[in-house]
Design a binder for this molecule. Structure first.
Ligand SMILES: C[S@@+](CC[C@H](N)C(=O)[O-])C[C@H]1O[C@@H](n2cnc3c(N)ncnc32)[C@H](O)[C@@H]1O
Length: 189
């Protein structure tokens, strides 16, 4: 339960962090060349370690999360480095949360598992040839008190989007924190 957590859990976690931002996701840094120039929606952006990296790379980024503390920190870091960021507080537990979010050239979902209903509609929010980047604990990660079976990214998660997206890169990575997968898709139609 803790991994996805509730708003209070994440607000408290972000409030305890110091003024240093964590490093961006390794596979995002390595995969940045696949992204389409333009806009990015960072879903469940937290305090913005990836959002900041994308801003540095010249993308126009919108970060969404339900943690007001996380978004405040993201705004604080963006101001410090003179970047313009768009933030929206959204609770993704609401099945219609993304209905009015608009269309982006890329979508990033890092260490958050979007629910199936929202995920099957994700293609409506990506422009043609746009990129969908997903990274998190994968199917071979061990389950414990913090990470539940339903938090793990499964290959079958992508069955419904195969018609509109091609997989351009898949990475598996195992380290002391666990088993991670990265999927980079490009929208074909
Ligand atoms: C493991 S963190 C990942 C943060 C960021 N993507 C990263 O890679 O550093 C999970 C994030 O999901 C957010 N989150 C969890 N449940 C959410 C929900 N129902 N609606 C919106 N955000 C949620 C948390 O606030 C937290 O920022």
């Amino acid at each position: 339960m803790e991994y996805m957590g509730n708003k209070e859990y994440w607000d408290e976690k972000f409030a305890k962090r110091d003024d240093n931002l964590l490093n961006p996701e390794k596979s995002l840094v390595g995969g940045i060349g696949y992204f389409k120039r333009g806009t990015i929606l960072d879903i469940a952006c937290g305090d913005g370690r990836n959002t900041l990296f994308l801003l540095e790379k010249g993308f126009k980024v919108t970060g969404i999360d339900f943690s007001s503390r996380g978004l405040e920190r993201l705004k604080m870091f963006s101001k410090k480095y003179n970047y313009d960021v768009n933030t929206i507080q959204i609770d993704l537990n609401n099945p219609n949360a993304l209905n009015d979010i608009g269309v982006f050239d890329n979508i990033l979902i890092n260490h958050y598992r979007l629910n199936k209903e929202q995920f099957t509609r994700i293609e409506n929010h990506i422009s043609d040839n746009g990129v969908l980047f997903i990274c998190g604990f994968g199917h071979m990660h061990s389950i414990d008190s913090k990470i539940r079976e339903e938090d793990l990214i499964q290959p079958a998660d992508f069955n419904d989007i195969k018609k509109s997206f091609e997989l351009i890169k898949y990475i598996e990575d195992k380290d002391e924190r666990g088993f991670f997968v990265t999927y980079i898709f490009r929208k074909t139609s």
